[in-house]
Design a protein around this ligand. Sequence first.
Ligand SMILES: Cc1cc2nc3c(=O)[nH]c(=O)nc-3n(C[C@H](O)[C@H](O)[C@H](O)COP(=O)(O)OP(=O)(O)OC[C@H]3O[C@@H](n4cnc5c(N)ncnc54)[C@H](O)[C@@H]3O)c2cc1C
Length: 337
Amino acid sequence: MTAHTQSGLPAQEALEAAVQRTADRYDAVIIGAGPAGLNAALVLGGARRRVLLLDGGPPRNVRAQAAHGVFTRDCTPPADLKRIGLEQLAAYDVTVCQEAARQVREFGEGFGVQLATGWVTARRVLFASGLQDLLPRVSGLRERWGRTVHHCPYCDGWPNREAALAVLGSHQEGHHLALSMRNWTDHLTLLTDGPDELTPEQRRDLQRLDITLETRPILRLSGEDTLTVHFRDGDALELEGIFLNPSQGQRSHLPAALGLELDDKSRVVVNEHGMTSLRGVWAAGDMTGAPQYVMSAAASGMVAAVSLNSTLIHEDVREYGAAFHESPDEEPGVGEA
Ligand SMILES: Cc1cc2nc3c(=O)[nH]c(=O)nc-3n(C[C@H](O)[C@H](O)[C@H](O)COP(=O)(O)OP(=O)(O)OC[C@H]3O[C@@H](n4cnc5c(N)ncnc54)[C@H](O)[C@@H]3O)c2cc1C
């Protein structure tokens, strides 16, 4: 079946038409305006590139009241981080478009990116589309995510220091997180929500560190500023917060649809420059398996942007018949022979 666009043209024709319109041609399209994408846009803008930054929605920490561990901006609400990041792009040739990329295709020497309004083309693509957290199905948990339910002690450990906390997890990851959380509080329970898969040695670890093991199945969570765990047997436990280690998946289907190599945790495989397995495509931030923090995502956005730009510099120089002694464009993508 031929894919049609809003204009009624088949996708291929619409893409070819976009190539004719220089207004829709960019040096780079960045997909995602979280910390990784915003910082990549800043760096590419400063490198005098014509950039389209696609802002398809809020960043992953949108539910958090404040971001911690962020150099010079500790305790800043995530929405403010994003607002400042967007404001600082105004000095550069960066177009910010509040649209999600719908499709990415290799096209000619570059790429076509489909938006709701049509196709744009770019010499390079940088994915910064993030991950999504796949939360356990405990009634009342999703609503409290980022408020009294957290995943990362480096993000939310300090505001919860010495609080009555629980870790939710029934196997090795729960044991690991519970042992780590003892750094932040002495009042800790490991909730397994039913039968656990802990080894005898792991149970002994919990005893040694004075962590209560609670295996009763959970009915639901309630509470606003504090948290009540209601067990199925009618009993309840009062807490100030829960930490857990959720499963995760790519936020966007586009990296897989474009055929980028993913690892066994479905992260996009990149080299140390953020290059993916497909030449001309970079990825940065949480989606790559980089440490999941604002600063790491922003830093990897910078690294990817510098690498991407250096390949454009090499390409541009070659147009004049000149060449650097070694061209990063000649480097194979990750996993390429
Ligand atoms: C509850 C919570 C609290 C956290 N607290 C902290 C903290 O205190 N300190 C800290 O350092 N880290 C914290 N983190 C981690 C931090 O949020 C992430 O590491 C960081 O946001 C990753 O940035 P990113 O740019 O890689 O991805 P994201 O922030 O996930 O941004 C990706 C962006 O891409 C967009 N997108 C996806 N698909 C498309 C598409 N097709 N087209 C266009 N756009 C698209 C998304 O809408 C999103 O805006 C927290 C995370 C959570 C879940």
